[in-house]
Design a protein around this ligand. Structure first.
Ligand SMILES: Cc1cc2nc3c(=O)[nH]c(=O)nc-3n(C[C@H](O)[C@H](O)[C@H](O)COP(=O)(O)OP(=O)(O)OC[C@H]3O[C@@H](n4cnc5c(N)ncnc54)[C@H](O)[C@@H]3O)c2cc1C
Length: 283
């Protein structure tokens, strides 16, 4: 199918893009186009205008700052996967970016486009929730949004109309903490049927700063708080890890299901994968 007619604008600055987004009714930013263009061809989306942000230099790039890693919204998955700065300061993010889709998807798709699209099977939302990332939105002035407030529903974020996501900031991980992202990928699309991210710091034989995020199972990723609590202050023994992993289901309400994986199966998978992730980060 062909997309419905639309206007096309290619601003060179963030200020110009924001002005266009506000001025042109029904307009949407175009980043890598890997989610928006297929949706337009299927007529699931028919924006009146595309504001192509791909030539805005200030939206791309990765910097290490005092607040952590600052990644421009137009930075591609491939650039994040290959970045020496990301590999040094937050290796789990580089590893996650490296398993998104295939090479073509990673070369075009952007971190900003992925999180703004908020697909429940996307990989960044889960890892960014785990890492307590902050999102910077601009619309004249800047607004910071915490990851746990950013993803609000299926394909829905707390970005307001006319707001452009300019960057994602990932706070530095405490030294000694170890993190991993595991995904059970859909064989056709590579999206996560279930994605589990875990972070633990083992101090004097006990687990501290335990964080577990589950994606793909519900409309937005969730933190498994009951499981985190069960493991905090405990030794990472197989029994304690199994007990925490069993509690992951407490965090999951209304699991998603489809012909490939039922809700019940996804919940089971989330628990099994959490166990594997916890063994990996505490081993
Ligand atoms: C075959 C295939 C396999 C894939 N596999 C995976 C996978 O395994 N894991 C995974 O996570 N993803 C996967 N994806 C999705 C891929 O990562 C997309 O690139 C991503 O979801 C969207 O990024 P984009 O830059 O292409 O955004 P676009 O498609 O350009 O935009 C997506 C949405 O975000 C909005 N938007 C874009 N940028 C901004 C911004 N800066 N501010 C505000 N709104 C913005 C757009 O208006 C649009 O609504 C796959 C895609 C394809 C086609």
């Amino acid at each position: 199918m062909f997309a419905a007619e639309f206007e096309y604008h290619r601003p060179k600055t963030v200020a110009e893009a924001v002005k266009l987004l506000r001025k042109v009714k029904g307009s949407r930013p175009l980043a890598g186009g890997h989610s928006l263009l297929p949706a337009m061809k299927l007529r699931l989306a028919s924006p009146a205008a595309l504001i192509d942000i791909s030539r805005i230099a200030e939206l791309s790039g990765i910097k290490s700052t005092k607040d952590g890693l600052k990644i421009g919204a137009m930075t591609t998955h491939a650039a994040i996967a290959a970045s020496a700065v990301v590999r040094k300061h937050c290796p789990v993010l580089a590893e996650t970016a490296g398993i998104i889709g295939d090479l073509q998807v990673r070369n075009r798709g952007t971190i900003g486009g992925s999180v703004a699209h908020a697909d429940p099977g996307a990989d960044y939302p889960t890892i960014l929730l785990l890492l307590d990332a902050r999102f910077t939105a601009v619309n004249g002035k800047e607004r910071q949004i915490a990851a746990e407030k950013f993803f609000v529903d299926l394909f829905t974020t707390s970005l307001k109309h006319g707001e452009l996501l300019s960057s994602v900031t990932i706070p530095s991980m405490s030294s000694g903490a170890s993190a991993v992202y595991l995904k059970h990928r859909h064989p056709a699309s590579s999206f996560a049927v279930v994605g589990v991210a875990a972070l633990v710091q083992v101090k004097k034989g006990k687990c501290a700063d335990v964080r577990i995020a589950i994606g793909g199972v519900t409309v937005t990723p969730v933190r498994a708080k009951a499981a985190e609590k069960l493991l905090t202050g405990q030794a990472p023994t197989p029994e304690n890890i199994a007990r925490a992993a069993d509690a992951v289901s407490d965090a999951i309400e209304n699991p998603l299901g489809d012909p490939y994986a039922s809700g019940e199966f996804r919940v089971h998978l989330a628990s099994v994968m959490t166990k594997r992730a916890l063994i990996q980060v505490t081993g």
